[in-house]
Design a protein around this ligand. Sequence first.
Ligand code: NI
Length: 158
Amino acid sequence: MAVRNVRTIGDDVLDKECRPVEKMTPHIDELINDMFETMYDSNGVGLAAPQIGVLKRIVVIDVTGEDPICLINPRIVESSGEQSGYEGCLSVPGKTGIVTRPSYVKCAALDREMNPIEIEGTELLARCICHELDHLDGKLYVDLVEGDLLDTETASND
Ligand code: NI
């Protein structure tokens, strides 16, 4: 396992559409291990493969620090409600802004054994699923921010 370099805004790789994973390989399994390690090392709650320069439809999420989730070829199949709150991204260091997301999502994906799974999320998990899936289509939260993109220090002093 290794911590990989996290790409930041302005890097072209973050604007690209990612390709589906066709089959699990030792190489991809190692990539997923590295994604988890990189996310935890950065104190993040989610990471998408393009953030470490790999254009594959894979995300890792852990909103509690005790519930690692790996989603391969994920898609949102149901969503409802609305929540507005501060969002940040490891690829946009030191910044935050208000984004409105669904308050509930259901996501269909494959797990690490390439078996179909469905996960449901509310609150932070719902926000995180939406944020990470956007990365797979080359989208960053900064384009969804309502009002100004703030420095994290400014926002925490509000
Ligand atoms: Ni992000």
